[in-house]
Write a protein that binds this ligand. Structure first.
Ligand SMILES: Cc1ncc(COP(=O)(O)O)c(C=O)c1O
Length: 416
């Protein structure tokens, strides 16, 4: 756990124009949406003003635009470590891509197929799966342990069966912050012949995604949480995607991936813009002194970000742990045994509505928020509706020690 040096944090912050605006608010609602890289915005602007034509024609501007969009797909494949760019499906949002996925899975579902969802997920990775009940699928729920606030692997064992077709889970909860043991879960689900769909929305801003190492069969996240625009990516193993139903026109061939799962055009300018995220990570890795391949440089950057985020998160957790009226909803330390967390920190205050705390912090131009964050089943299971949900402080790597200390100072006054 080590904060970025003054030079490193200024290099990071210089990449985000929103952080340069005088009297700008302090952004601690990053799990809601992160700030956008200049590199990303510049690319979108450039694409729209120089190459906004339909792809696939033979005239030069169209071939130029096609080259750009193909390169962007390759860059996104590299960012997530996909073995093949055909495995990269793009779309407007994680929620939208999940509904598309379900539509493509639906014809293969038979009565009695079992699908396990968790009650810790954002609704995007629960509700879509429930729609498969119309084909006779049985939904089972992996319930959070309300004491430890973790998903227990022993409980999973009781849910798995020879009929398990899919398990849908979050890589990290957008409320609890705990990083789930996805690889181990996938091993167990694969052992009974099932597949795993992972929502990595709350994870991807904090760790370098590696779809191949994750063990997932499907992994999805949104770029607006990862310093980019409102746009999302769904990855799946080639053979799996190939086996799914065609969502596109009848004349789009069954093996035309990812096109058969992307009805209509993808957003060319946003795809091109997202390439800027990979560029940024490589640039930061290089600037911080990393060496090696582009992925190694990205990993180097993320290692630095992770140490910095852990430093800030532990500082806030130490403060919250010192307040008897506060109950942290999730891990109380950055590391507990083998478990670790992302710096998305939720808490409630005894006999207090979460809204009251947030409104008071608003007055200091610090952006935090309260609610259920669409993890409604989790908030209910933990009996937190009576607080109007949790107070959530979600840190990003561009936040500073001064910012976290300012928040702690104001919370300290409020929680007297
Ligand atoms: C963990 C998680 N999953 C899914 C989503 C939904 O993402 P989108 O808005 O792209 O549909 C969110 C949005 O907050 C989220 O936090």
């Amino acid at each position: 756990m080590q904060a970025l040096s003054p030079m490193e944090i200024s290099a990071v912050r210089a990449e985000f124009p929103a952080l340069q605006i005088p009297d700008q608010c302090v952004f601690f609602d990053n799990a809601g949406g992160s700030q956008v890289l200049k590199r990303v915005a510049d690319r979108i602007y450039d694409y729209l003003l120089t190459s906004s034509v339909q792809l696939g024609a033979t005239y030069p501007t169209s071939t130029f635009a096609s080259t750009r969009v193909i390169a962007a797909r390759l860059a996104i494949a590299e960012l997530i470590n996909a073995a093949d760019a055909h495995e990269v499906v793009m779309g407007g949002s994680t929620t939208g891509l999940m509904f598309q996925l379900i539509q493509a899975i639906l014809p293969g579902i038979q009565a009695g197929d079992e699908i396990i969802v968790t009650n810790t997920d954002h609704e995007a990775n629960i509700g879509a799966w429930k729609r498969l009940q119309q084909a006779g699928a049985i939904i089972k729920v992996w319930q959070v342990n309300t004491e430890s606030m973790q998903l227990d692997l022993e409980d999973l064992e009781n849910l798995l069966s020879d009929n398990t077709k899919w398990l849908a889970m979050t890589f990290a909860s957008n409320v609890l912050g705990t990083i789930n043991p996805v690889t181990e879960v996938a091993r167990r689900v694969h052992a009974v012949g099932g597949r795993v769909c992972v929502d990595a929305v709350a994870y991807a801003p904090h760790r370098l995604v590696d779809v191949q190492a994750s063990g997932a069969d499907i992994l999805v996240f949104s770029f607006y949480k990862v310093f980019g625009p409102h746009y999302a990516v769904l990855w799946g193993h080639y053979e799996l995607l190939h086996s799914l139903a065609n969502l596109n026109h009848f004349f789009i061939a069954e093996d035309n991936l990812p096109y058969k799962l992307q009805p209509g055009n993808v957003n060319f300018e946003l795809s091109y813009g997202c390439q800027g995220i990979a560029e940024y990570l490589v640039a930061m890795g290089t600037q911080f002194g990393g060496k090696g391949s582009r992925r190694e440089l990205m990993q180097f950057a993320f290692d630095k970000f992770e140490a910095h985020e852990n430093f800030l998160a532990q500082r806030l957790l130490n403060f919250l742990n010192s307040k008897s009226k506060v109950r942290i909803i999730g891990m109380r330390q950055v590391f507990e045994g083998n478990a670790s967390r992302v710096p998305t920190i939720s808490f409630v205050v005894k006999n207090t509505q979460s809204e009251t705390i947030v409104k008071r912090i608003d007055q200091f131009n610090i952006g935090i928020r309260f609610g259920d964050f669409y993890a409604r089943h989790l908030i209910k299971a933990l009996d937190l509706e009576k607080h109007g949900g949790v107070v959530r402080v979600s840190i990003a790597h561009y936040n500073t020690v001064e910012e976290i200390d300012a928040l702690i100072g104001h919370l300290s006054d409020i929680l007297q």
